[in-house]
Write a protein that binds this ligand. Structure first.
Ligand SMILES: [Zn+2]
Length: 324
């Protein structure tokens, strides 16, 4: 029997798990509830259950190890979850040791955004490359950098926080309190917020119909994308800015780590060619002409599986680099 890897994606709502084969294909997978409200012991018990289901019936000698993607901040070096916003009960949990002791298998702990980027590098849109940058465009903007086949974590292990690249000094205040972060323009939450603000300033928009008069909420990023496609001026401004600033961040990353491919992931990529062509167009208009070191900008291919496949890929990587 060929060797296999266990990938766990620990999230605030669900724990995804997969058993991944040597060919990088998922052998089996499922998810269970995290049950954050039940507290630490329950969550750790559910992670144990996820691992048990993944390895059920598999010869122990064929399992290379267990990879766990967890929300940050966390420490790969220490195997420690530090202070995850959506998993408050898991603060300061040495999860690597707990799972290693339980299953007597090597365990690697990785930031979930890094794990997803590693998944696309190892088995998705970046397969066959050595240098990749990924932007995940969701409620916030996440990221991952693979340089020469290795994840970039940095000295403080906060590397690859690409949503907090400043694209407009002195610009909008981000959730991190910096001014002008990429996330403050190109995330779903900020796109919706900007549309609401422009309408509150008196701009005419078809998006006004979504606003709940009680609390002013109601506009979501997909509404903005659809309205931009229909030519609504407010939605077009917000959507174009999201693409423009993301393209600027792509140029920044081109000059930082010089990737062969820049992968875009997350809910926003449902906007398809409408999104991709605009980002590529802005990128071409902004990047230098000095060299032709242009990365290919493309969409992720693993979808929701990037987390578990990436966590499994981190096991492969940890064994390659002897970095458990
Ligand atoms: Zn920020």
């Amino acid at each position: 029997v060929a060797e296999c890897y266990v990938g766990i994606d620990l999230g605030g709502t669900n724990i995804g798990w997969a058993l991944v084969g040597q060919d990088k294909q998922i052998i089996r997978q499922d998810e269970l509830k995290t049950e954050v409200a039940e507290g630490r012991d329950k969550v750790i018990g559910n992670i144990r259950t996820a691992v048990s289901r993944a390895i059920d019936g598999v010869n122990r000698g064929d399992i290379v190890g267990i990879g766990i993607g967890t929300p940050g901040p966390m420490s790969h070096k220490e195997g420690l979850i530090i202070k995850p916003g959506n998993l408050p009960c898991m603060e300061n949990v040495h999860l690597r040791k707990i799972i290693r002791d339980e299953f007597n298998l090597p365990v690697t702990l990785e930031n979930d955004a890094n794990a997803a980027a590693f998944g696309e590098y190892w088995a998705g849109a970046g397969e066959g490359t050595k240098d990749l940058v990924m932007f995940t465009l969701g409620t916030g903007v996440g990221g991952g950098i693979i340089h020469d086949g290795k994840l970039v974590r940095g000295h403080f292990e906060n590397g690859s926080e690409l949503g907090h690249i400043i694209v407009k000094p002195g610009g909008r205040r981000c959730s991190c309190e910096q001014l002008g972060c990429l996330e403050a323009y190109s995330s779903a939450s900020f796109m919706a917020e900007r549309a609401r603000e422009l309408i509150a300033q008196g701009r005419q928009s078809s998006l006004a119909a979504f606003i709940n008069p009680q609390d002013g909420a109601g506009i979501e990023a997909p509404h903005v994308v659809a309205a931009a496609q229909a030519g609504d001026p407010v939605a077009t401004e917000v959507f174009n800015d999201a693409c423009y600033y993301l393209a600027a961040a792509c140029v920044t990353m081109q000059h930082c780590s010089n990737p062969q491919v820049i992968v875009l992931a997350g809910g926003m990529i449902n906007a398809g060619e409408f999104l991709l062509s605009r980002i590529q167009q802005y990128f071409r208009s902004m990047t230098w002409r000095l060299m032709k070191d242009y990365p290919r900008i493309k969409f992720a291919t693993l979808g929701d599986d990037a987390g578990v496949v990436g966590a499994a890929g981190c096991v492969w990587q940890a064994r390659e680099a002897n970095d458990w």
